[in-house]
Design a protein around this ligand. Structure first.
Ligand code: NAP
Length: 245
């Protein structure tokens, strides 16, 4: 049987493009998210274009109590899983920095929910002794900035979590890849001022699916963000705190 991948947050623009990239490589795909009608459309489109098996189901990152049963259901329905792409996220706005309930939603959608489902997935792949986990974090998690430090903190926590998971699962034969996109042209960034070097979801998705054919643990997308962030993280704090970023 061909390989299978579970995509969490499958209605996201990057996830949709990634689902096509995986399906084009022969993967069977399970699309999970909150909007069942949109998932049905995505699944039908994937099946028509790629002639591959596509299933879909409801997944809410914040409903952590149901995550174990959700994953058990998916593995049963798919006859086992070979990998997972974690794509859900929520940018929020700077209200999140002053209103804790808005901030908590950003943290839950980018980190707490991710830690919950990844914990179950890690146990599953570890017990099989193979598989892959690809988590979409962000360059925003590399250094705190006044314009989006709640989102940045949540993504920074996700990057650290994935790093720890990689350290745990590497000896067990399970690959963990952290993806750190810069700006991508999606609903998340629509209308945002000051965007530069914006990548397309298709560009990002091709590199995500293609990462499994190469080495590498942390994937900056496009590649030059690795060097931009290298410079940014090395600006001394005494200078950085005076910058308007
Ligand atoms: N766009 C960028 O510039 C950029 C840069 C760096 C990193 N990223 C990351 O890339 C990933 C994909 O983002 P995107 O740009 O493609 O954004 P998007 O199109 O806005 O997608 C966000 C996705 O997250 C899902 N989601 C939000 N809360 C959820 C919850 N509680 N449970 C389940 N799903 C939930 C949304 O589902 P609904 O349809 O149900 O709302 C949607 O599918 C995110 O993790 C984002 O943080 C994006």
């Amino acid at each position: 049987m061909s390989q299978s991948v579970l995509i969490l947050g499958a209605t996201s623009a990057i996830a949709r493009a990634s689902a096509h990239a995986f399906a084009a490589r022969g993967y069977r795909v399970y699309c999970a998210g909150r909007d069942m009608e949109e998932l049905r459309r995505i699944a039908a489109d994937l099946e028509i274009r790629h002639g591959t098996e596509v299933k879909y189901g409801r997944f809410d990152a914040e409903a952590t109590d149901g995550h174990r049963a959700f994953l058990d259901g998916v593995t049963e329905e798919m006859g086992g899983l070979d990998g997972l792409l974690l794509a859900f996220g929520h940018l929020g706005d700077q209200v999140a920095a002053r209103d804790f309930s808005a901030g908590a939603a950003v943290i839950a959608r980018n980190f707490t929910g991710a830690a919950s489902i990844l914990g179950h997935a890690a146990d599953y792949f570890e017990s099989r002794g193979r598989g892959f986990i690809i988590g979409i974090s962000s360059v925003a998690g590399d250094r705190g900035r006044q314009s989006n430090y709640v989102y940045g903190a949540a993504k920074g926590a996700l990057s650290l979590y994935l790093q720890g998971l990689r350290n745990r699962l590497f000896p067990k034969g399970v690959r963990v890849i952290t993806v750190k996109p810069g700006f991508v042209d999606t609903a998340m960034t629509f209308g945002m001022p000051g965007l530069f070097l914006v990548a397309s979801p298709h560009y990002v998705a091709e590199r995500i699916a293609g990462a499994l054919d190469k080495g590498g643990d942390v994937l900056y997308l496009p590649w030059f963000w690795r060097y931009i962030m290298l410079i940014i993280v090395h600006i001394p704090e005494t200078v950085f705190k005076r910058l308007k970023l």
